[in-house]
Design a protein around this ligand. Structure first.
Ligand SMILES: Cc1cc2nc3c(=O)[nH]c(=O)nc-3n(C[C@H](O)[C@H](O)[C@H](O)COP(=O)(O)OP(=O)(O)OC[C@H]3O[C@@H](n4cnc5c(N)ncnc54)[C@H](O)[C@@H]3O)c2cc1C
Length: 309
């Protein structure tokens, strides 16, 4: 059996930054990734110092080079299950049935957004349809912005977007979640509400121009921000018995440790803000914690052996 120091599942910013830290600690690591990092469709990455506007694919390519430089390996494979054997070794299995063994496990498998199932949303997702104003609102400042929120409350997002544009409209797509006091806030801030069902997004020459309502209205619109929840990309940590929040992400301590000894979670899959820089920072913290734990185990074992002599 080839026993690795750490297996990292997920090759987004969280997993890859952990891989760099652990590689530089001379640990034997293997990263598994299916290439579905959350911002893959984005027109450009923001809020990461020195990498403003870089395409996410370009960012991941740079990160791969750094992982490899420090001896890490990346396999484009999906991990489908995992367990701890009776020697407390993590055993994970890919979708072709091959198993891999490691002393520690880091899950950094991220989330995916529930993009509304309306014609045009998928097509413009990451270009003119977004979920995060901090990531993308600067690029559409002063433009006509629609907020989509059917099953979730979107009034706070609508109010927030007023910081970037005066032309904000709230679309409920037939939903009826707005409470009277929220409505009063929206009114006071000049945000109109349209409760009709949405038929599709309309574009001209590749640019979003309107939201078309089922009742026939065509609402001028250059960008849509939606609130529709997210789904974990992988339920491995939950299957291991990790404590979860009600939103479906994993509870960790400040060192990214879960309640399962030796199992760490970092990035969007754990409970903190969803930013590349935060995911990368959590990956770095997990890397340090894992290295310290491995170091401690070795020094304690050697100390115990020396005492026996
Ligand atoms: C449209 C859009 C734009 C965004 N723009 C920005 C921005 O400008 N700035 C910013 O800071 N943040 C931005 N974000 C948020 C950012 O993408 C996330 O916070 C970040 O990607 C989280 O990193 P992560 O490593 O936790 O997860 P991810 O980047 O999602 O990576 C997880 C990886 O795990 C892999 N994986 C999942 N399951 C398995 C499995 N079973 N086996 C193997 N591999 C698996 C996936 O394929 C994926 O590659 C944006 C998000 C979206 C959707």
């Amino acid at each position: 059996m080839d026993l690795l120091d750490c297996i990292i599942i997920g090759g987004g910013p969280a997993g890859l930054n952990a891989a760099v830290v652990l590689g530089r600690c001379r640990r034997r690591i293997l990263v598994f990734d299916t290439g579905g990092y959350r911002n893959k469709v984005s027109h450009g990455m923001h809020n990461y110092l020195t990498r403003d506007d870089i395409l996410p694919t370009g960012f991941i390519d740079l990160a791969h080079r750094e992982v490899v430089k420090y001896g890490g390996s990346i396999l484009q494979k999906k991990i489908v299950n995992g367990r701890k054997n009776k020697e407390e070794i993590f055993v994970v299995t890919d979708d072709e049935g091959t198993s891999y063994h490691a002393k520690k496990l880091l899950v950094a498998t991220g989330l995916s957004d529930n993009v509304p199932n309306i014609p045009g949303f998928r097509e413009f997702y990451g270009k003119s349809v977004f979920h995060c104003p901090y990531c993308d609102a600067w690029e559409v400042r002063d433009k006509k912005i629609a907020v989509y929120a059917k099953n979730k409350e979107g009034w706070e997002l609508a109010l927030a977007l007023k910081g970037w544009s005066d032309q904000v409209i709230y679309l409920t797509d037939g939903g009826n979640k707005i409470k009277p006091d929220q409505r009063a806030y929206l009114d006071a801030n000049g945000i109109s509400i349209n409760r009709d069902r949405i038929a599709c997004l309309e574009s001209r020459d590749g640019a979003l121009t309107h939201v078309v309502m089922k009742g026939g209205d065509r609402i001028p619109c250059e960008a849509v921000f939606f609130v529709n929840g997210f789904t974990p990309q992988c339920n491995l940590a939950e299957a291991f018995g990790c404590d979860m929040t009600r939103k479906g992400v994993v509870v960790t301590n400040l060192a990214q440790q879960t309640n399962i000894p030796g199992l760490y979670v970092a990035g969007d899959a754990s409970k903190d803000m969803h930013f590349v820089v935060v995911a990368a920072a959590e990956g770095a913290k997990a890397g340090v914690s894992i290295n310290k734990e491995l170091q401690k185990e070795v020094s304690e074992r050697r100390y115990a052996e020396a005492r026996k002599k």
